[in-house]
Design a protein around this ligand. Structure first.
Ligand SMILES: O=C(O)CCC(=O)C(=O)O
Length: 265
């Protein structure tokens, strides 16, 4: 099978360093995506504190943390060489999982918006991550299109470093989100534009943890599920201990990749 396999080329790495993200459509095959999709209903039925709901009367599920611990399929995904090896190349270090979370973004307006933010803001201010040497991987579990609230990014915005937050928004219990103010977003978007990440299930985007990103609510009838595997450099292990393991994993053991066929073998 010819794939992007397990190694990025220099152009890929340059693109990531310049743009703050690298999008690889269909990095996982439809069969591999299907293996992951099978565990979505069970994840959505979980009752633990790792399940975060939308605020207000809506109560749809906004995030489910810790899937790489609770499900064999996602454990294998977290160690998949097509994710793990590129991430190592991008952070230039061995990595561990800082956290994983699934955002199901359900249709018919139930899946809420994400205001513009950088994930490093929370990880630095709350989890004690010292440097922005972490990479988020967004693994599409559904097709992401123009109409089902795709993830949007401001290319190159990671070069501006950690942007002062306006407020910590407690829009979902247990999940701090440091919004970016309007003036800053306007300037960044005018300078760099905004890109929507779209592709079939199995596509993967590697995102710099300081990249400004967000999404609108999903008014389409189609769910837009993305699994985020968020890796941190081992040399950059978090010092904070306030948050539970599924927000701020304390096991910094360098991850070892499985075989390429690990999801379907
Ligand atoms: O999946 C989305 O639409 C946005 C999620 C997000 O920004 C995040 O989890 O930090």
């Amino acid at each position: 099978m010819e794939t992007y396999t397990t190694k990025l080329n220099n152009d890929d790495i340059t693109e990531f360093d310049e743009q703050g993200y690298l999008f690889i459509p269909a990095l996982l095959t439809p069969e591999e995506a299907e293996v992951l999709q099978r565990d979505i209903p069970d994840m959505l039925n979980r009752q633990g504190p790792e399940v975060i709901r939308e605020p207000g009367p809506n109560s749809a599920i906004r995030l489910v943390y810790g899937g790489h611990v609770h499900y064999e399929s996602f454990r294998r995904l977290s160690l998949h060489p097509r994710l793990l090896n590129p991430v190592r190349q991008l952070v230039r270090d061995e990595v561990y999982i800082h956290q994983s979370r699934m955002n199901p973004k359900p249709g018919f307006g139930a899946g809420g918006a994400w205001t513009w933010h950088q994930d490093y803001g929370t990880w630095h201010r709350i989890d004690g991550m010292q440097q922005p040497k972490a990479v988020m991987t967004a693994v599409f579990l559904n097709d992401c299109t123009a109409v089902n609230a795709p993830l949007m990014v401001v290319p190159g915005s990671q070069h501006h470093g950690l942007i002062d937050d306006v407020a910590e928004d407690e829009q979902a219990e247990g999940y701090a989100l440091f919004d970016i103010d309007r003036q800053t977003l306007q300037a960044l978007a005018d300078a760099h534009g905004i890109e929507a990440l779209m592709g079939p299930a199995g596509s993967v985007c590697f995102l710099h943890c300081n990249l400004v990103h967000g999404s609108s609510n999903n008014v389409s009838p189609w769910d837009r599920t993305i699994m985020y595997m968020n890796y941190n450099a081992v040399s950059n292990a978090c010092t904070g201990t306030d948050r539970v393991w599924y927000h701020n994993n304390r096991d910094f053991t360098p991850l070892v990749a499985l075989e390429d066929g690990c999801l379907i073998g």
